[in-house]
Write a protein that binds this ligand. Sequence first.
Ligand code: SAM
Length: 239
Amino acid sequence: VSFGYTDVSPEEKTAKVGEVFRNVASRYDLMNDAMSGGMHRLWKDRFVRRVRPRAGEAILDMAGGTGDIAFRLARSGAQVTVSDINAAMLEVGKERAAKKHVEGLAWSEQNAEALSFADRSFDAYTIAFGIRNVTHRQQALAEAHRVLKRGGRFFCLEFSTTLWPGFKEAYDVYSHRLVPKLGKLLAGDEESYRYLIESIRRFPTMEAFRAEIAAAGFVQAKVEPMLGGLVAIHSGWKI
Ligand code: SAM
């Protein structure tokens, strides 16, 4: 298991990820806008359109953090549970929900690798920019499959590897040189942002991750790349 530029044990990775998100929680939303030039909002809008939430559905937004995906899902009238391993992120999310007058969300501290929900509890499972932080990814996918009802759908939004020549090099320079500096400047935390970039670099290719989703038992596992795969939506069905 890797963290930053050194290899660490799975336990250490989990602890480091906890530390990163405790550190960045209060500046998390500002940083997303700064680093993506506001584009993360468009990616999230598109992601939620693909999920097609409906009134009355039960949806689990895993690694839901400060609520960006959950707020969008909730507009449909779906019953959304926001789950995250990090209490600091959920606290910021609850404050934002109160400010935005988003009601009816359930908040639940959970590790994606070992959920406390019963089998077949949800119609859809979403995870946005979360899966790459999970230490045992295959375990998290197995849990997603377990808590979905038959006919339930799995959706993951994540950074991947862009296949566009030129763009990839530009992005590498941007992410390795600029993002840690932005982290230092805006959040006073260069190391956490170094970790985030490194975790993107080490994430499997779009096809390899698609195969992992299929291996977890999902059918029709597919991937929709955006910006050549800089960001990708993976999805699958439980039957
Ligand atoms: N989904 C939100 C969004 O799109 O803005 C938040 C994404 S944030 C980059 C990643 C989140 O994953 C953090 O809130 C972190 O605490 C959470 N996370 C990391 N490991 C986790 C795990 N094992 N189980 C649940 N959440 C986890």
